[in-house]
Design a binder for this molecule. Structure first.
Ligand code: FUL
Length: 521
């Protein structure tokens, strides 16, 4: 994405197989798919719409995608030479002398993140300016050449230790676009250089759980354009950080399409034609089937995964949304933005528009020139956490009587109010419009609805509503379309003792892992 928030799609390559090769491998791929649920499905030419929809309903996240989704809320750290030049994009000519965060305390970053509820911090190890936050052996342009700690500092090492201490995971952002590196633009040479940088980072600061690749790609110093070898980068990540999701310009996690922290009201995690390389899906069916044929394209439209969109798909892939935004207007720290930090209420709203819309929320923090997260940002995060903790403290359904026809043992309606995500309610086979009813312990006033599908089974719900029993009749309170991993809806407060969730449409028998009703403070 460039500074104006527009995704740079220059340089995205499309690997398309010839039609004949495609047909040759389809049969093989289909068999490979049938053995166990995977995060990719191949559609046979001429397959019926009903079949395609059933296939879509059975695509599931890979284990690493599932672990990532369950983190829900993660943080970004934008910190580097731009912090000292008051810029958003450096040009690579910055002197390392300017980098001196004399009070840098990565423990403060990790503590603030942990206390806010974040489960991971993704640190910018190298931004477009090429200045490395770790003492890379592959360039002099790093913390090693700076006055900070006499050249002995290492931001990544400090953060890795702090994340371990505070029980959160670590991810890295490494910009392929490098405005300092002379080899940039000399494609084969730079690709090896970049893969080796990745290698350094993934080995030295293991375990890394997310690798964030941005699409920006500018001119090299020799005026030549750099062709990125994504396949080499992916192989390097898979080899050294097998649990890491590769995000944005990668096959595991998709950019939601804006930088406002607002996901779609209808957010499908199963998308058509993210990869078209059917042959490689077959060849890699036991491992990373999506990687080799990964085909990044513009995914910013409103509708990415409806029936209409997948009607002509060749492949279907689990490709969930990461919803990013910054706590300040910029990604990097600027003193003039100290008064422009999002308020606790704005952060709560963003929680609803990201996590509450089937996304993982990636919130950026920008440590200042001292190397600390500014007090204004800390206060907003603490305020947000207090609101969310009080809002979700009591689920009024936890003590309710639950009624809903179930597929059988282990799929009972009461599973939606235990606290296990793994247990779920599922109506009988072929029932795509069931409802589930709750009789609360007494009359309660609530204004937040939570729904969760069990995505280990797939994403299926297309349309639902919440009704409350009032004055002798069911009254509609709110409604929505997709659910996915988590859906949160707010509405004007309602008082009732009996409610029901009506699923009005689903791709096949739906599941619900959790249903909750809460009251905002
Ligand atoms: C973009 C970059 O160009 C911005 O500077 C920032 O790092 C953002 C998260 O990604 O593509």
């Amino acid at each position: 994405m460039d500074a104006s928030g527009h995704h740079a799609i220059r340089g995205w390559s499309r690997a398309l197989l010839s039609a004949s090769m495609l047909c040759m491998f389809v049969a093989y791929a289909m068999n490979a798919q049938q053995s166990r649920p995977t995060n990719v499905a191949v559609i046979k030419p001429g397959e019926s719409m009903t079949n395609i929809i059933t296939r879509a309903a059975n695509v599931v996240p890979s284990p690493r995608q599932l672990a990532w989704q369950r983190r829900e809320f993660i943080g970004f750290i934008h910190f580097g030479v731009n912090t000292f030049t008051d810029r958003e994009w450096g040009d690579g000519k910055e002197s390392p002398d300017i980098f001196n965060p004399h009070l840098l305390d990565a423990r403060q970053w990790a503590r603030v993140a942990r206390d806010a509820g974040m489960k991971m911090l993704i640190v910018v190890a190298k931004h477009h300016d090429g200045f490395c936050m770790w003492p890379s052996k592959l360039t002099k342009h790093s913390v090693k050449s700076s006055p900070w700690r006499g050249g002995g500092g290492d931001v990544l090492a400090d953060l890795a230790a702090a994340c371990r201490e505070f029980g959160i995971k670590m991810g890295v952002y490494l910009s392929p676009w490098d405005r300092h590196e002379p080899a940039y633009g000399n494609s084969p040479v730079y690709n090896i250089h970049f893969a080796n940088q990745l290698r350094e980072v993934l080995q030295k600061y293991a375990p890394i759980e997310e690798v964030w690749f941005d699409g920006a790609c500018g001119e090299g110093p020799n005026g030549k354009r750099q062709e990125y070898d994504w396949q080499l980068y992916y192989r390097t990540v898979r080899e050294l950080a097998p649990n890491a999701v590769i995000a944005i310009m990668g096959p595991d996690v998709r950019w939601v399409g804006t930088e406002s922290g607002v996901g779609r009201l209808t957010e499908w995690s199963v998308l058509p034609d993210i990869t078209q390389d059917v042959a490689s899906i077959a060849a890699h069916s036991q491992q990373n089937p999506v990687d080799a044929g990964f085909n990044p394209h513009d995914l910013t439209q409103d509708d990415l995964g409806s029936r209409e969109k997948i009607r002509n798909a060749k492949t279907l892939v689990w490709y969930p949304a990461e919803t990013n935004c910054s706590i300040r207007p910029g990604w990097f720290y600027h003193p003039k933005e100290d008064s422009l930090v999002k308020t606790p209420q704005q952060l709560v709203d963003t929680y609803f528009s990201s996590v509450g819309r089937n996304g993982v929320w990636l919130l950026n923090l920008a440590p200042d020139r001292r190397g600390l997260i500014h007090i204004n940002d800390v206060k907003s995060l603490v305020g947000m956490r207090a609101i969310l903790d009080s809002m979700f403290a009591v689920n009024f359904l936890a003590t309710s009587k639950v009624k809903g026809a179930a597929a059988g043992k282990g799929r009972e309606a009461k599973n939606v109010i235990d606290t296990e995500y793994e247990t779920y309610w599922m109506p009988g086979a072929g029932v795509t419009a069931p409802s589930i009813e709750f009789t609360l312990a007494g009359e309660r006033t609530f204004d937040v609805l939570l729904l969760q599908e069990c995505i280990m089974v797939g994403q299926r719900i297309e349309k639902f509503r919440l009704d409350a029993w009032q004055d002798g009749a069911w009254k509609e309170i709110t409604r929505g379309t997709t659910v996915g991993y988590k859906r949160l809806l707010r509405f004007p407060a309602v008082t009732a003792q009996k409610v029901r969730v009506v699923i009005e449409g689903s791709r096949t028998s739906p599941t619900l892992s959790a249903v909750g009703l809460f009251k905002s403070p």
